[in-house]
Design a protein around this ligand. Structure first.
Ligand SMILES: *Cc1c(COP(=O)(O)O)cnc(C)c1O
Length: 229
């Protein structure tokens, strides 16, 4: 259960020259582990499950920046809208509309990252380029409606493989999609600046390919035991 503070300091040092931030992924881990990392200075935590994140948010310090990084169902947005800072895996216009609606109810602005499907695996969520472009077309044609969200960037997960060149090319491809959007659809949006790529196994490659946010769990908190949740 002990967290790895040596790894934490080392990761922070590695992120420094890239100006990238760490999202500490605490899913399935107890609130005490989050508190231990919080006391070491960490403020951004990422969770994958609505109920688990909401329970932790209720008992942990209010200056934690909560990032929802899992697949989010529209009907659950209302539970996290009062406090969530950034939602990393927005994969439909319908979900974006619901986030905007619930953020408005709470008089808040929620940062949203669009999840792009870059991996080979069928199981990984996310939109392809055509789907992203049609979402962005709908968004830019009707922008005044979306006063309570910000499209703050893109998120992606590489294929789970030992082939580094494959991972690198998937991240590279995502960075190119990001640049295209920044130069076209969202060129007047200074807050479109985040590239959420990189996990425990591939964050070094992600940093070299332009990551601004790495999402790291097991290196900090140890392996997860899903039977405990
Ligand atoms: C669990 C998870 C992570 C962290 O994975 P590790 O390999 O433990 O670093 C990152 N991103 C997403 C979307 C996750 O679900």
């Amino acid at each position: 259960m002990a967290i790895n503070l040596v790894a934490y300091q080392q990761i922070l040092q590695e992120l420094n020259p890239y100006n990238a931030r760490l999202v500490a992924v605490s899913k399935t881990k107890p609130a005490e582990d989050i508190t231990a990392l919080y006391e070491a200075g960490q403020r951004i935590f990422g969770e994958n499950y609505v109920q688990e994140m909401t329970e932790k948010q209720g008992v942990l310090p209010s200056d934690i920046e909560w990032h929802f990084i899992g697949h989010l169902q529209s009907n659950k947005v209302k539970y996290i809208a009062p406090y969530v800072h950034t939602i990393h895996a927005v994969d439909s216009l319908k979900l974006l509309q619901e986030i905007n609606k619930q953020a408005a109810k709470n008089q808040r602005i929620i940062n949203c990252l669009l999840q792009v499907h870059i991996a080979d695996e069928e199981t990984k969520f996310g939109m392809d380029v055509n789907e992203i472009e049609s979402l962005l077309t709908a968004f830019t044609e009707n922008q005044s409606v979306y006063a309570n969200i910000r499209i703050a960037g893109l998120m992606g997960m590489a294929t789970n493989t030992d082939d580094e060149s494959k991972i690198r090319s998937e991240f590279h491809q995502l960075h190119e999609i990001f640049n295209n959007i920044r130069n076209t659809f969202l060129k007047d949006h200074s807050y479109f600046k985040e590239l959420s790529i990189g996990m425990s196994a591939d964050y070094h490659i992600a940093l070299q390919e332009g990551s601004t946010m790495v999402r790291i769990g097991s290196l900090l908190f140890g392996n997860r035991n899903y039977s405990q949740i």
